[in-house]
Write a protein that binds this ligand. Structure first.
Ligand code: NAD
Length: 476
């Protein structure tokens, strides 16, 4: 497929290409241009040219276009989900969830388009002020491969509704569904140049987006190391920045929790999307009173998961997205073995057999008694591996939960209000779930503390973040 710039399908100026492969089979699905600095310049020019007209369109009309795009996406959700599974690897059922989730996001923003926010300030002796929100201009977005559809929605929904135009770079392994979604937006009435997709690699097309002074705001989702580099580069241009980075979410289970529900919560929280979700359960803290029974039930459920090509029927977990991702996961598990830092209860290796040879499969893995300080609990594990720690009380669970540099999400499983309040007050995270994990609906502001990022996506907060205020001061 070609890049989408200014309403046209275009090749890259350099005429270089990136292969897009199916992570379940290693087969070539398609190729996309390896976008360069010059391609980003073309996209920024197109976005700049489209800005005035788009920004002047009533917000309600912009919302109607998003709504119409959501309708087309719902109609074609099966085809879109199939492409997503082919390039990303997740089971078809999860791809359908993600495509529908994208439609939900566009509909949410369409729904709030009728209530533009602003404020008036009455000053006792100097006059009155009217504060309005205006679009920022051309915005940039750089997104990862784990949830390429939802994360595209998180960025374009608020940015376009607010009246901005955008240059977006999908991840190099998952550009195909995003390109189709860009076409659908134009089919729904989005003027040419409002949304431009430049395909390519991070160090070329990605950095070119970060370095363009004409891009006034940048929203990035990805790894912490990349986020830090982007922060340095963007700082030189005084770019407004949203950074949605990694996480190492703790899940704390107390003795009064509904245990069967909590077992299912841990299973889904960790192994959905083969564990490649920013807010996945990445550390499980079990109260010692329920730990043994909980681990037994969880192990039974984990061992019964069916792993395979996401297009197959009754598949619970697909492959990892790339060989590199699988290698990172393997290394963390091997380190546990070599340093004797925990007990591997399930999995702990790649899936073997001819059906899996060309894909990047890894068995769902449980590791118990992981020692404090093991890399598996201090780093982010972006794959199907769950470290389990047993704790004597809530205070220890909270202290351990706060030991990483991250602060994205956390959950506590309990029926007790006082426990809930303590976890809410004391665990460092942008979102605390009670008796659930992973859910991030478009209405709810979402983002992390500390190394997990800067700023919030979703809800009114995200819409505001794609605007700048301007004040009219009326001196009477
Ligand atoms: P990544 O940082 O390697 O890549 C993300 C995007 O950045 C890709 O499009 C990539 O091409 C681009 N990129 C890479 N280097 C770049 C550079 N120097 N300049 C500009 N762009 C560059 O991350 P990933 O491995 O694709 O994603 C996984 C990470 O994303 C995990 O840490 C995960 O937790 C995080 N994530 C966070 C959220 C959130 O909302 N907080 C959501 C999903 C994923």
């Amino acid at each position: 497929m070609l890049m989408r710039i200014g309403g046209n399908d275009v090749e890259g100026v350099d005429a270089r290409w990136i292969d897009v492969k199916n992570p379940a089979t290693g087969e070539l699905i398609d190729k996309v241009p390896a976008g360069s600095d010059e391609d980003v310049s073309r996209a920024v020019e197109a976005a700049d040219a489209a800005f005035d007209r788009w920004a002047k369109m009533p917000m309600r009309d912009r919302g109607m276009i998003l709504c119409q795009a959501a309708r087309i996406v719902r109609e074609r959700h099966k085809d879109l989900a199939r492409v997503l599974t082919l390039e990303q690897g997740k089971p078809l059922r999860e791809s359908v969830d993600e495509v529908r989730g994208y439609a939900n996001i566009l509909e949410f923003y369409a729904g709030i388009s009728a209530r533009q926010q602003g404020e008036t300030i009455r000053l006792a002796h100097q006059g009155d002020c009217i504060v309005v929100h205006q679009p920022v201009g051309v915005c940039g977005a750089i997104i990862p491969w784990n949830m390429p559809v939802i994360i595209m929605g998180w960025k374009i929904g608020p940015a376009l509704l607010a009246g901005n135009t955008m240059v977006l770079k999908p991840a190099s392994t998952t550009p195909l569904t995003d390109l189709r979604l860009a076409h659908i937006l134009e089919e729904a009435g989005l003027p040419a140049g409002v949304l431009n997709l430049v395909t390519g690699r991070g160090e070329a097309a990605g950095e070119a987006i970060v370095n363009r002074p004409a891009i006034r705001k940048l929203s990035f989702t990805g790894d912490c190391t990349t986020g830090n580099r982007i922060r340095e580069l963007a700082g030189m241009h005084l770019k407004d920045l949203t950074l949605e980075l990694g996480g190492s979410d703790p899940m704390i289970v107390m003795p009064d929790a509904a245990l069967d529900k909590a077992v299912e919560g841990a299973l889904r929280g960790r192994f959905y999307n083969a564990g490649q979700t920013c807010t996945a359960v990445k550390r499980l803290y079990l109260h010692e009173k329920i730990a043994a029974g909980f681990i037994q039930k969880l192990k039974e459920r984990v061992d019964s998961l069916s792993v395979g090509n996401g297009l197959g029927s009754r598949i619970d977990m697909g492959p990892l997205n790339s060989a590199g991702q699988r290698e990172k996961i393997s290394r963390l598990v091997d380190e546990i073995r070599e340093k004797d830092q925990g007990t591997i209860l399930s999995g702990g290796c790649a899936l073997k057999g001819t059906a899996y040879e060309q894909g990047f499969f890894y068995r769902p893995t449980l590791v118990s008694n992981v020692v404090p300080g093991a890399r598996m609990v201090t780093d982010e594990i972006f794959g199907p591996v769950l470290p389990i720690m047993t704790v004597p009380d809530l205070s220890t669970a909270i202290r351990e939960a706060n030991t990483t540099r991250f602060g994205l999400g956390a959950s506590v499983w309990t029926k007790d209000l006082a426990t809930t309040k303590r976890v809410f007050d004391e665990v460092k995270a942008g979102i605390i779930w009670v008796n659930r994990h992973l859910t991030v609906p478009p209405e709810v502001p979402f983002g992390g503390l500390h190394a997990s990022g800067i700023g919030r996506e979703n809800g009114q907060h995200a819409l505001d973040s794609y605007t700048q205020t301007k004040t009219l001061f009326l001196g009477w």
